[in-house]
Write a protein that binds this ligand. Structure first.
Ligand SMILES: [Zn+2]
Length: 74
């Protein structure tokens, strides 16, 4: 399933500053874990947004089999 691939850790290439950006899709249970990982990797406050219903259905949590609710990025 292509959606499954999209749900795993997405590496969005280079930002304007040449810093690698990370995006992690995660469910409610794993959102804190994802936030911790972003903070660890980038030492900046992560950005978090709630996926739309449609996105939730096509996105799987990075850490379990549930639908992702949040998208965490640096
Ligand atoms: Zn999860």
């Amino acid at each position: 399933m292509e959606n499954r691939v999209c749900a795993t850790l997405l590496t969005c290439g280079q930002t304007a500053k040449g810093v690698r950006a990370s995006v992690i899709a995660c469910c409610k249970e794993h959102v804190e874990l994802a936030l911790d990982i972003i903070v660890d990797e980038h030492e900046v406050a992560p950005e978090m947004r709630v996926l739309t219903e449609e996105e939730q259905l096509s996105t799987t949590c990075e850490y379990c089999e549930k639908h992702a609710i949040y998208m965490v990025s640096n």
